[in-house]
Design a protein around this ligand. Structure first.
Ligand SMILES: Nc1nc2c(ncn2[C@@H]2O[C@H](COP(=O)(O)OP(=O)(O)OP(=O)(O)O)[C@@H](O)[C@H]2O)c(=O)[nH]1
Ligand SMILES: [Mg+2]
Length: 300
């Protein structure tokens, strides 16, 4: 049986072996993991979601953020979702290079998660893992996801503060509007500001925010050059301000409510015997009067 006190001690000493084992058990949805999760006592540690189009510089940005936190004697957990699409093969390898300073650092725990193959769904795995990280002594928790699909957006919504990273490139703007990144962003980063026209892009983005999201007056835009660690203090300040606002606002309660609903859904789904459903479906769907709504009720 896993004990979070032991994991806590390991994390305090910079030894992540027990933590990594617990993460694997949670990923595999073991019976032990379910009990273990119920024993956790999470602290109110900020979860920062970093999302945006492929190659925008999310990992490089995280690399720079970690540098500041480590310098301040903080402990950081980074969970990156490794998209399973062939387009993204090599993402893990890339991250190992981008965040290379931190892979073996005693204040930093980095874990890549496959986006597919989680029994209870990636979302509930992520909820479990962030809660674990909140319980074992980390000061900051980061989730990196590629903002291209709906599931990534849902994961980002687990975060207290969602940072959407864009680059000064008109295509990114279009992508953002299409993919719904606009709705989930608390902070916009325009990275790669060493590129020409960055200033124009930032102004355009600000104007777009004013037009499309008048209610979210907290929305901020920060320009960065992640590779040079430029704009990082500004970004940290904006994140911090947002965290304070979240802490005092209604959003926290709404998020908690959404998380509970998600867990209930996962619990209900775990009670469903998929093989049985499949076998029965095979049988019933062949019948003339088959009705999918009636069929689903059998398992309710
Ligand atoms: N010129 C320039 N290049 C940058 C900057 N930030 C990151 N890059 C480069 O952009 C490339 C992609 O950076 P990553 O940090 O891997 O981007 P990512 O968003 O994490 O990429 P995925 O996880 O694959 O979606 C790398 O070659 C970085 O060195 C920047 O501010 N300026
Ligand atoms: Mg990355």
């Amino acid at each position: 049986m896993m004990q979070f006190e032991k994991i806590y001690k390991g994390v305090a000493e910079g030894d992540f072996l027990l933590l990594a084992k617990a993460v694997s058990q949670i990923e595999n949805n073991t019976a032990d993991a379910a009990l273990f999760l119920q024993s956790l006592l999470p602290q109110s540690i900020p979860i920062i979601g970093i999302t945006g189009p492929p190659g925008a510089g999310k990992s490089t940005l995280i690399n720079a953020l970690i540098a500041t936190w480590v310098h301040d004697a903080k402990k950081v957990a980074v969970l990156t979702v490794d998209p399973s699409s062939p387009f993204h093969q090599g993402a893990i390898l890339g991250d190992r290079i981008r965040m290379k300073d931190w892979y073996l650092h005693p204040q930093v725990y980095i874990r890549s998660l496959a986006s597919r193959g989680h029994l209870g769904g990636l979302n509930s795995a992520m909820l479990s893992l962030t809660t674990l990280m909140q319980s074992v002594g980390f000061d900051y928790i980061i989730i990196e996801t590629v903002g291209v699909g709906q599931s990534e957006i849902e994961i980002a919504s687990l975060a207290d503060t969602t940072v959407v990273v864009l680059v000064p490139d008109a295509g990114d703007e279009v992508q953002m509007m299409k993919s719904g990144l606009m709705e989930i962003a608390d902070v916009f980063v325009v990275n790669k500001c060493d590129r020409p026209n960055a200033e124009i892009f930032i102004n355009h983005l600000k104007q777009m925010i004013r037009e499309n999201a008048p209610a979210t007056n907290l929305l901020q835009v920060v320009g960065t050059i992640a590779t040079e660690k430029e704009g990082i203090p500004e970004l940290l300040a904006v994140i911090h301000t947002h965290q304070l606002a979240v802490h005092h606002g209604e959003q926290k309660k709404e998020m908690l409510f959404a998380k509970v609903l998600q867990l209930i859904a996962a619990i209900k789904m775990s009670q469903v015997d998929r093989d049985l459903v499949k076998a029965k479906l095979e049988e019933e769907s062949a019948k003339k009067n088959f009705n999918i709504f009636k069929f689903a009720q059998i398992f309710n």
